[in-house]
Ligand binder design. Sequence first.
Ligand code: AMP
Ligand code: MN
Ligand code: MN
Ligand code: MN
Length: 288
Amino acid sequence: MTVSGKEGVLPGFDLHMHSTASDGALSPSELVAMAVEASLEYIALTDHDTLAGLAPARRAADAAGVTLIPGVELTCLWQRRVLHLLGLGIDPGYPGWRDYMARLTELRTARAETIAHKLVARGVVPDTILEQARAQAGAGQIGRPHFARALQAAGVVSSENEAFDRYLGQGKVGDVQAQWPDVPAAIDIIRKSGGLSVLAHPTKYHLTFSRLRLLLAELARFGIDAIEIGCPNVSQEQVGLLLRLAESLNLKISSGSDFHRPEMVWTRLGRFPRVESDRHLIHDFIGR
Ligand code: AMP
Ligand code: MN
Ligand code: MN
Ligand code: MN
């Protein structure tokens, strides 16, 4: 098992990306076109709390000769903390998804109303911010990034990052809590729909490494399948630590860019630290 830059050992792949079905800038078919451009052979579309992009992505991927791994990124709660779990290789037709997704849409719709209310009460944003955020979301699942874009378009901030720093990020007025499903519920539906569950971007939860170790031990007891290790911004040292953690808990590993938009140059499609390992769950999808 090695951590290296050995590209070409595996076909090009990327197991974490977003489309206009949630907070990505590209439609599913534009995303597939970009994957072809980046010489990717296996891609997982993992929109936040929706499966709506998977059918158009399937059509585009089949036409382009790219293997689409149907995925999702589920927002869920662990000890009042919000975590993101990827489901990879899920069956979008699994009947249980209908109620599960309806609940998430309800939570996101209600949360958006609360976010708008709080921002307006602050007196710094236009009264129409909810309509503007909804317009940014279009038919997609609404989230804080749509508020960030609306705030930028309204001239309240000059970048999405500034919107998160001042209004939407952790602990800010627009960081509204919601009763997301808990981790066992997310793991359960991913498994029942035939997928593998993966803790997304483990270094992004503001946890010390020892708390992360506790979290992962608990997630392993809940039956999670994998940890995402090859994420942009993860250092080689963190890759090593996470790999050892995966080994000790007998978890698989995954990697993906978490691509949202072409302008974010540090999250290009297919770009993330390479982790060559028998534990990598890409092996479950190659030659399936
Ligand atoms: P939500 O799912 O609505 O809570 O929004 C979470 C999404 O916001 C993440 O998936 C990122 O795409 C985006 N996001 C979170 N924090 C930041 C940040 N500091 N700057 C820019 N985008 C962010
Ligand atoms: Mn996102
Ligand atoms: Mn995420
Ligand atoms: Mn993501």
